[in-house]
Design a binder for this molecule. Structure first.
Ligand SMILES: Nc1ncnc2c1ncn2[C@@H]1O[C@H](COP(=O)(O)OP(=O)(O)O)[C@@H](O)[C@H]1O
Ligand SMILES: C=C(OP(=O)(O)O)C(=O)O
Ligand SMILES: [Ca+2]
Ligand SMILES: [Mn+2]
Length: 671
């Protein structure tokens, strides 16, 4: 209490600083008790007689939440804590049950390494007494039915840190408090290894064939891979289970369960999905969707449809996903996003690969763009409320974030340019594949030794101006981001609706492949709806919904080039982030809408002649290129690439009479 606090004369236990230069006089507890005998000046002794007792004192168990009394959850109100845990275990056991064997491992709660108070490490179940044991089915005795699988259920970040650091190679605490991890051989998604079960329903509903991300697999092969993943997970001493939510719109919330082998994966999803409250968890029930993430355990290449040892398999009918042979955590996040791209349009809700933020006056902006174009960077804006950085839904009433966290790129991250993201990297954040000082554990964000795709995954509330709940009204501005390494797209263009649709369907960006051996040619990427890897239906389905929503809300479309200016990659430079932010500010404030515009050749963009805080000459790329002929040639070349890419969409009708299709086709480059 006040012992050791030199100015403790107030005697109320409150803390106060010693006044003046006088050194505080140390009063010991013993002296205060006035024993008068000076043989022991220590405090009271510890309330334990053994070291185990001492350790058990250290950990306090939080009281269970009071039973929920709402009508819907009335059945739960009567359920005891013990009963609740049993129901939870039964549900997890059902998730992990083998579909081909009568019996499987018994599922028990808790860490197998947890020391019991009697000093043993063998859990009480060895004597058949443990109340948490749940055996899915009885049958012929096999080694698998004699085994126990421990479930580490919805652990806290602190517990997951300990698990990762103790058991997972390459896990360290960095000086900012984040958990640094390695994702192994894969440091990005593997879209070529993604498979979707083609059955009677999905055959008609989904987009298959050229350009589609949906590479088919049959139901049986899915079950083979599912069993492989489940068997692998059950063969482990322990698995991690996360029960969480997707979508902040309460009417369209989805319950997801993620079963994984690594604490890294569990913490990643803890951060990225919406975290249930203790009460919500108690009545969680059966998940709507389950991921089996076997991580490093490969698929069997003799299995039909497998072309590598990595397989990410989606079965919409079973509402399950299986991950084999990759530990890249982004597969889970983006896999669930694919599921939302299927489920939401069925409810006439548009799913969007976009960032989203809101101004003080309630004006909402969407930021579409492929990886690396600036969705996360630009939606994280100190002057606006962050709704989300990557995945959203647009309903009849407004927008909602699908996720509960952000996944920011860390390459060359700086405190000055991106202060909010910098500060979000702290205790609880997962830092993937970054390099740090061996001793100080200070992260070097410029070091790309492991990969260029270094990442930070943090809960959205780590951003100070996050809008919780992450929902907002209808968007005012729809900003399409392209990182144009050719350097011919203007820094900003105002688009009419048909142009917005043309560029949304095109989904263009041009990143530079590699930087090691000097200059590399930029390569154009076209990815329909700025996220072809995740859409499940034909792009025109999403485009038609976007057109309808933008039209009825009177939203304005913009195309912002966050890429090169003054020449292509190698000659020009990437547009300063500070300039792009000024452009975005002018869009948000409404001032850009009132600017003077001129029309560009070939693409027919409306470009502003002036924006406050930006050198006017960069607004029209032709001015910033010293070689005018090279500029024209590059512009024509890019226009040609757009035209060629769009050919496949020319026969698809959008709108009731297909009139919009004509308009959209006419909104592309003309030369
Ligand atoms: N002018 C610019 N506008 C946006 N981002 C820029 C700009 N210049 C450099 N960058 C960098 O480009 C990257 C954009 O990535 P990010 O925001 O994560 O994209 P996304 O979320 O769309 O995948 C960040 O590392 C950011 O610092
Ligand atoms: C995580 C991803 O998203 P982004 O790069 O758009 O942030 C991804 O595409 O794997
Ligand atoms: Ca993305
Ligand atoms: Mn992002």
């Amino acid at each position: 209490m006040s012992a050791g606090n030199g100015n403790a004369t107030n005697g109320d236990g409150g803390f106060s600083f010693p006044k003046g230069p006088v050194m505080p006089k140390i009063t010991t507890g013993a002296a205060k008790r006035g024993s008068g005998v000076c043989h022991d000046d220590s405090g009271p002794t510890v309330n334990a007689t053994t070291i185990d007792e001492l350790h058990s004192l250290q950990k306090k168990r939080s009281a269970p939440t009071t039973p929920i009394n709402q009508n819907a959850a009335a059945a739960f109100a009567a359920v005891s804590e013990e009963e609740r845990q049993k129901i939870q275990l039964q549900s997890i056991s059902a998730s992990l049950a083998s579909l081909t064997r009568e019996s499987g491992p018994k599922v028990v709660r808790g860490d197998p390494a947890e020391k019991k108070t009697d000093g043993s490490t063998t859990p009480a179940y060895a004597h058949g007494q443990h109340h948490s044991i749940f055996s899915p089915a009885t049958g012929a005795v096999s080694d698998s039915s004699l085994k126990f699988t421990h479930v580490l259920y919805n652990l806290s970040p602190a517990e997951l840190y300990e698990q990762a650091i103790k058991y997972e190679k390459g896990s360290f605490i960095t000086s900012n408090g984040a958990l640094a991890t390695l994702s192994g051989a894969k440091t990005g998604r593997a879209p070529r290894d993604k498979r979707v079960v083609r059955d009677a329903t999905t055959e008609d509903e989904l987009w298959w064939g050229k350009g589609s991300p949906n590479i088919e697999m049959d139901e049986h092969t899915f079950m083979v891979n599912r069993e492989r993943a489940v068997d692998y997970l059950n063969s482990l001493e322990k698995v991690f289970v996360n029960d969480q939510y997707l979508n902040w719109d309460p009417e369209n919330r989805i319950k997801v369960r993620i079963v994984s082998a690594r604490a890294y994966h569990s913490l990643f999803m803890h951060n990225m999905c919406i975290r249930p409250t203790q009460e919500e968890l108690e009545s969680f029930g059966t998940p709507d969707f389950t991921i089996y993430n076997a991580g490093q355990f490969p698929c069997n290449r003799y299995t039909h449809y497998m072309t590598s040892s990595t397989s990410v398999d989606l079965n919409l009918a079973r509402r399950e996903m299986v991950i084999l042979g990759t530990q890249y955590a982004g597969e889970m996040k983006k896999g669930l996003f694919s599921v939302m791209h299927y489920l939401m349009p069925k409810r006439r809700i548009l799913s969007l690969h976009s960032g989203c933020n809101m101004g003080k006056d309630g004006d909402v902006a969407l930021f579409f763009g492929l990886s690396g174009t600036g969705k996360t960077t630009l939606s994280t804006d100190h002057n606006r409320y962050l709704i989300g950085d990557d995945e959203h839904c647009w309903t009849e009433t407004g927008v909602s974030n699908i996720e509960g966290g952000c996944y920011a790129k860390c390459v060359d991250l700086s405190r000055e340019k991106e202060p909010d993201i910098w500060n979000a990297i702290k205790f609880g954040t997962v830092l993937e594949n970054v390099v740090f000082d061996e001793h100080t554990r200070e992260v070097d964000y410029s070091d790309k030794s492991v990969t260029e795709n270094t990442r930070a995954a943090y809960p959205i509330e780590f951003i100070p101006n996050a809008k919780i709940p992450c929902v907002g009204p209808h968007p005012t501005n729809v900003i399409l981001l392209a990182c144009d390494a050719f350097g011919v797209l203007p820094p900003v263009s105002k688009l009419n609706l048909a142009q917005t649709m043309y560029h949304f369907i095109s989904g263009y960006t041009a990143l530079v492949a590699g930087t090691e051996d000097g200059i590399k040619e930029p390569t154009a990427t076209f990815s329909a709806c700025f996220g072809a890897a995740f859409i499940m239906l034909h792009p025109t389905k999403y485009a038609a919904m976007l057109a309808e929503k933008m039209k009825s809300q009177g939203a304005t479309g913009w195309l912002v080039n966050t890429g090169w200016s003054g020449g292509s990659y190698g000659v020009g430079n990437r547009i300063k982030l500070a300039y792009t932010r000024k452009i975005i500010d002018a869009i948000h404030s409404g001032s850009l809408l009132k600017a003077n515009y001129k029309k560009t050749e070939i693409f027919g963009f409306e470009i502003p002649t002036e924006i406050e805080g930006i050198p006017s000459e960069i607004l029209d790329p032709v001015n910033s290129w010293s070689d005018k002929k090279a500029h024209k040639d590059t512009l024509v070349k890019l226009g040609g690439l757009f035209k060629k890419n769009f050919e496949v969409f020319a026969n698809h009708k959008i709108g009731v009479d297909g009139k919009l299709t004509e308009e959209i086709l006419a909104a592309g480059p003309i030369f």
